[in-house]
Design a protein around this ligand. Structure first.
Ligand code: GLA
Length: 397
């Protein structure tokens, strides 16, 4: 009897499923390109392309449907209804298709009364919706923050986290609260990743004009990441939003965007149309050496170490005392970089990193050109194009 009481008390305390998302989740999400214009056939083709393009082999795993998968009303029992026009075969069949390809399936809803797109939100239906997702085989839930007037964010996300746990199927819980209530300070026990800002758009710097609203740019988001890096780690990640690689920025800008997201140990959710992906876009998204920076087992979020005259230096401590260094040319002109490793000690109190290149030498590998580039005994001299990066991996010699 005492034993049974103990179990039930623990299950009351229990929050998220542990052991998931030990590395930043990687996948594809429909929103950035398709918004609510999704349907079963197009998505099945996308799943096939996810595999034929090499995305799965590069480590992408979650195939996530964002807003717009539902009918506008719940059924008479209060259950969510996948839109029968968009999913004539039913959602379960589509989920089975995704799983049969060795992928995991993710879906979207919102803590409010309606989703941002005006579809039925989960407010008041948390446990019922969580059971519905478990029955469908959902592995990942993105949970948004529209139409939540009067709700307390921490409480709303706690309720859904408990509902997911109670439904019994391990689900990666992705909080999409835009950083309004600093979820990094309270969501570690509730979810596996949390958005840190408003929505991204396909623009490099400044803001991105979307007609009726302004999205954030790559650099606009990157600028806001510093203060919360201590809260990221295996199983709990800061999420600077999905990728815009392949969605209209230049090749250099896409490279810079992807490099920075990997430096930030960000979840890597491709947001482009995989069918129309150029070779350049594919080469960015599937660069395994760059992805390895993001997926490094230590799970330490990188940071901006230095910024001067449009040139930034970002650092990310890696396992085995290695280090990723990203030289970013944020300016609109070519820059000549001359960098004497020995003149700068690289320190990070969060990870106890303290590298003095006068005392130890590191081999340098250029992660985009895939070339070994001498070592830290030599002064680095290189041209970096506007909005481009030099992304290096340093391993102790
Ligand atoms: C919000 C989210 C986006 C997307 C849309 C869907 O804006 O931040 O990522 O999910 O809603 O309506």
């Amino acid at each position: 009897m005492a034993f049974a009481c103990l179990i039930s008390w623990q299950s009351l305390l229990a929050q998220k499923f542990e052991g998931l998302a030990q590395k930043p989740p990687m996948g594809f999400n429909t929103w950035n390109t398709f918004q609510t214009n999704i349907n079963e056939q197009m998505l099945k083709n996308m799943v096939d392309t996810f595999i034929s393009s090499g995305m799965r082999d590069a480590g992408y795993q979650y195939f996530v449907l964002d807003d717009g998968w539902m009918a506008m009303q719940r059924d008479s029992s209060g259950n969510l209804v996948p839109d029968p026009a968009k999913f004539p075969g039913g959602m379960k069949k589509f989920v089975d298709y995704v799983h049969a390809k060795g992928l995991k399936f993710g879906i979207y809803n919102c803590a409010g009364t309606l989703t941002c797109g005006g579809y039925p939100g989960t407010r008041g239906y948390e446990y019922q919706d969580a059971r519905f997702y478990a029955a469908m085989g959902v592995d990942y839930l993105k949970y948004d923050w529209c139409n939540t007037d009067g709700l307390n964010a921490r409480e709303a996300y706690t309720t859904m986290s408990k509902a997911i746990k109670a439904a019994g199927r391990p689900v990666v819980f992705s909080l999409c609260e835009w950083g309004n209530h600093k979820p990094w300070e309270w969501a570690t026990g509730l979810g596996h990743l949390w958005r840190t800002t408003g929505d991204i758009g396909a623009g490099f710097d400044g803001v991105v004009n979307k007609g009726t609203w302004s999205a954030m740019s790559v650099m606009g988001i990157a600028d806001k990441q510093g203060e919360m890096r201590q809260y990221a780690g295996p199983g709990h990640w800061n999420d600077p939003d999905m990728l815009e690689v392949g969605n209209g920025m230049t090749f250099n800008e896409d490279k810079a965007h992807f490099s920075l997201w990997c430096m930030l140990a960000a979840p890597l959710m491709a947001g482009n149309d995989l069918h129309k992906m150029s070779d350049q876009t594919k080469a960015i998204l599937t660069n395994k050496d760059v992805i390895a920076i993001d997926q490094d087992a230590l799970g330490i979020e990188g940071f901006k170490y230095y910024a001067f005259d449009g040139l930034e230096i970002w650092l990310k401590p890696l396992s085995n005392n290695s280090l990723a260094v990203c030289f970013l040319n944020r300016s609109d002109r070519h820059q000549k970089l001359v960098y004497d490793w020995k003149a700068h000690q690289l320190k990070d109190t969060l990870s106890n990193m303290n590298i003095d290149f006068n005392k130890s030498t590191y081999r340098i590998f250029d992660l985009w050109s895939k070339k070994a580039a001498s070592n830290t005994d030599r002064v680095l001299k290189v041209d970096i194009k506007a909005h481009d990066v030099l992304l290096l991996r340093l391993d102790k010699q």
